[in-house]
Design a protein around this ligand. Structure first.
Ligand code: BES
Ligand code: MN
Ligand code: ZN
Length: 462
């Protein structure tokens, strides 16, 4: 587990000049030898780097940030371009110089830290070489808190199921709670079977020490009543409707929703903004054994609604349903779920753009704006009423896996919504939680999605 870090404020540092592309080429900083940069082919296009020679080695560098971006494009541009600098600059401390007024350094600094994440639990990793001196005007604590939340989410997802079972997820939640003075209650065994029959049914086939549980974190203090619920399927084999090997390969990431809500919680707590927050994580392993739940079984949920299991691989909505019903019983002002819920979400929008569902226009608006302004892309999809009929099977109230293969992300979201009655507003995020190949600021592996959109929207919506 690594923590994000800036270079010490008093470190000896070299300047990294941010160079904008004007209409007639790069706008050169005054003290920079433009002839050298021109001759080396530097044009200032986004992400381009030109090292500047000095008496003894590299004296500084130019970094292209391209043409001025529109306000809407700026955060993403800033976050992802500067991440590239963090990955390629030579060792040492760097300070930003020649920063244009329109440039939002917070996103740049965040991108830098995002790029320097390492997962070194099983193999020594090269530590980051180029460190950024936290630029003036940037809220250092806020940026570090956001990066720490992202690092935590990535660590939890990247850790394989052999070391990240339901008990390990519980330990991670307890650790977070202990660090920030939250209380933890964990429901297991008989109490789980009685009170949360669907969490128990999905998780009961797991091996020794990996029993299903519901983890319940509460932060003391006054605050808006917000409850976050995260899907904690520590490994998803598909159950008796077993997944083919290619689909099962990355299913250690099926606790990505839990990882994201815990990451977000970490950020909120570090910033002193977790007062009144509640976090629920149903943690299970969807395993194959003699006591696995079966296709065709009818489960009676905590809410009393009956569910016909038409596919044991649609397990996420089952465990979330009981957790959401529990959350809704105390009528939080805002209820949020995050889950690696459907392959259909990824088919619709791809791995980098998670859909979110929300009936409350003001909340949906705030989430979308925050996502755009903080380079944390999400896209709204509808709780489409006419498809309600699709989740109603023959012999029970609800169907966990409607046939036909249509609108899989929407029908999953509609299923969850049936269990949220009582909550003020409800927003559901169907995230992928995984970066399939490395991109600036996002190494291959677990990745946070939607955390910062929620973080920045919270003050307006709850
Ligand atoms: N964890 C998966 C969803 C998933 C698969 C997310 C691949 C990201 C990548 C979930 O439990 C699942 O298997 N869902 C099924 C539902 C279907 C059986 C109705 C799916 O999406 O195929
Ligand atoms: Mn599944
Ligand atoms: Zn799953």
């Amino acid at each position: 587990m690594t923590e994000p870090e800036f270079a010490p404020a008093d470190a000896e540092s070299r300047p990294l000049w941010l160079v904008v592309q004007g209409d007639d080429g790069p706008i050169w900083p005054e003290s920079v030898d433009s002839a050298f940069a021109k001759a080396s082919g530097f044009t200032g296009k986004p992400g381009q780097i030109c090292l500047l020679p000095g008496e003894d080695g590299v004296a500084g560098a130019l970094f292209g940030i391209g043409k001025p971006a529109s306000p809407a494009d700026r955060p993403a541009r800033e976050r992802f371009t500067l991440a590239r600098a963090a990955e390629t600059l030579p060792e040492g401390a760097w300070r930003l110089a020649g920063v244009p007024d329109s440039y939002d350094l917070t996103h740049g600094a965040l991108g830098w830290l995002f790029a320097q994440y390492r997962f070194d639990r099983y193999k020594k990793a090269e530590p980051p070489k180029a460190r950024l001196v936290c630029p003036e005007g940037v809220d250092r604590e806020a940026v570090l808190a956001m990066a720490a939340g992202e690092y935590l989410a990535r660590d939890l997802i990247n850790t394989p199921a052999s070391d990240m079972g339901p008990g390990d997820l519980e330990a991670a939640a307890r650790d977070l709670a202990a660090r920030h003075g939250a209380s933890v209650e964990v429901i297991t065994g008989e109490a789980l079977a009685e009170g949360f029959p669907m969490i128990h049914a999905v998780g009961r086939a797991a091996g020794q020490g990996r029993a299903p549980r519901l983890i319940d974190l509460r932060f003391p203090g006054e605050g808006p009543a917000v409850t976050l619920v995260g899907k904690g399927v520590c490994f998803d084999t598909g159950g008796l409707d077993i997944k083919p090997s290619a689909s099962m390969l990355i299913m250690k990431k099926d606790m990505g929703g839990a990882a994201n809500v815990l990451g977000l919680t970490n950020t909120l707590a570090r910033l002193g903004r977790a007062g009144g927050l509640r976090v629920l994580v149903p943690a299970v392993e969807n395993a194959v054994a003699g006591d696995s739940f079966r296709p065709g079984d009818v489960l009676t949920s905590r809410k009393g609604v009956t569910v016909e299991v038409n596919n044991t691989d649609a397990e996420g909505r089952l465990i979330l349903a009981d957790a959401l019903a529990y959350a809704a019983e105390e009528s939080p002002r805002l209820l949020v779920s995050m889950a690696t819920l459907t392959g259909a979400a990824r088919v619709a929008l791809g791995p980098d753009l998670p859909p979110f569902f929300c009936d409350d226009e003001a909340v949906a608006d705030a989430l979308f704006r925050a996502s755009r302004d903080h380079a944390d892309p999400i896209w709204r999809m509808p709780f489409w009423e006419p498809y309600e009929a699709m989740i109603e099977p023959a012999i029970a109230d609800l169907d966990n896996a409607p046939g036909g293969g249509f609108a899989g992300a929407i029908t999953a979201a509609l299923f969850l919504r049936r269990f949220t009655e009582g909550a003020g507003a409800y927003a559901h995020f169907d995230i992928y939680g995984w970066q399939p190949s490395a991109a600036p600021g996002r190494p291959k592996g677990g990745v946070g999605q939607g955390m910062r959109a929620i973080l920045h929207a919270l003050p307006t919506i709850a």
